[in-house]
Design a protein around this ligand. Structure first.
Ligand code: ZN
Length: 382
């Protein structure tokens, strides 16, 4: 449990009722809450030391949330809401005395948000938003990954057999990627991958290709998740769909519509400033040969110009998690898949260049007035 910061709490789950008692100082013990199982209104008495826990759902099945209702006079009961199913818990940081300084209490109270990252295919999350997701999870927010498709068209079917099997395999990889990023929930809307080819293949049995569905229908399904999660921020793609994959363009439209339906306060379109990636690729090409299917010039028309970026998020501290997420996808397909080969290629980029390219993530907030200062925090102002 090395990733749990802060101190106390002891669970008394064997007692009748969810009683949680603090007598004096109880340090270095944590409540372990089974995944999704809510424990509500745990009274704690005689708090003479701060409730101090930074919480994070770092691993599936180990959601840890401590939610004090409000500051209490010494000796009175504090209600603790331990509820992994509620997206907006109050987390309390470390501080000395609950009563000495109510302002410091107020400052220490964080309001974790729920971040929903909406992606077209398994592996897109690893490339574009993994650092932001890992950072949000590490900071105690709830992170949800929603995939539109299972990515079954991502690899040559001849090599990997039945696309149905491939879809299941790629969803498994997405789950492993999500686990290392600290994602609390992975949902797949179940559309079929529309593929990259010039012609759109017929729908596979029992599925509709993502671009064949209507924006309204897909948006309603995403909106249901946004409402259920009470999402504060939705991550989608820029209007170009990054490099232009038809499913990625669809994510842009579906995401915008879903956020409107669910009244999600902020939509951030994942992107890369064109000049940054072109410069980094030019640099990498001096020391590294990209595989033949990787077309560096494709980035000259993709994504957005630097001036459109509204959020630049430092994820340097989360590069290990981001690389692990990429590896979760790159592992199975070093041979044939275009997307996965690109991932594997990225992982072989020399580390300083990798950090330059992948140590930051960029977003466009369409609601921000042009010329606003670039924000460093996706939750700023929420
Ligand atoms: Zn994709």
């Amino acid at each position: 449990m090395g990733d749990i910061e802060g101190a106390p709490v002891v669970a008394a789950s064997a007692e009748p009722g969810p009683q949680l008692r603090w007598r004096g100082r109880v340090d270095r013990e944590v409540v372990r809450q089974p995944h999704g199982e809510a424990v509500d209104r745990d009274p704690v008495d005689e708090v003479d030391r701060a409730v101090a826990l930074a919480l994070a759902a770092r691993r599936r099945g180990e959601d840890l949330h401590l939610v004090p209702g409000r500051p209490q006079p010494r000796g009175e009961v504090v209600d603790l809401h331990l509820d992994a199913t509620q997206p907006r818990q109050v987390a309390v940081g470390e501080h000395g005395d609950l009563h000495a300084d109510s302002l410091s209490w107020a400052r220490m109270v964080l309001m974790p948000h729920t971040l929903v990252a909406f992606h077209a295919h398994p592996d897109d999350e690893a490339l574009l938003t993994a650092g932001t997701m890992a950072r949000a999870a590490a900071e105690g927010h709830r992170v949800v990954l929603v995939l539109a498709t299972d990515g079954a068209a991502g690899l040559a079917a001849a090599t990997f057999g039945d696309p149905t099997t491939l879809g299941a395999r790629r969803l498994g990889e997405a789950q492993r990627s999500a686990d290392v990023l600290g994602v609390a929930r992975v949902a797949c809307l179940g559309y079929a991958d529309s593929g990259l080819g010039p012609a759109l293949d017929p729908d596979p049995a029992g599925q509709v290709r993502f671009v064949r569905t209507s924006v309204a229908e897909a948006a309603e399904r995403l909106a249901a998740i946004l409402r259920e999660e009470n999402a504060s921020v939705l991550l989608t793609y820029d209007a170009n769909g990054g490099y232009g994959h038809r499913d990625h363009v669809m994510i842009h439209h579906v995401g915008a519509r879903a956020a409107m339906l669910a009244r999600t306060p902020r939509v951030l379109q994942a992107t890369i400033p064109r000049d940054t990636i072109c410069r980094a690729i030019a640099l990498a090409q001096k020391v590294y040969r990209f595989p033949p299917e990787f077309d560096p010039t494709s980035f000259e028309r993709a994504f957005v110009p630097r001036s459109a970026v509204t959020h630049r998020i430092s994820v340097r501290r989360h590069i290990p998690a981001k690389r692990a997420a990429m590896r979760a996808h790159a592992s199975q397909a070093s041979a044939d898949g275009g997307a996965d080969r690109t991932l594997a290629a990225f992982l072989r980029i020399p580390r300083p260049v990798y950090d330059l390219v992948f140590g930051r993530e960029w977003y466009v907030d369409p609601a921000r007035p042009p010329g606003s200062p670039v924000s460093r925090d996706i939750f700023e102002g929420l």
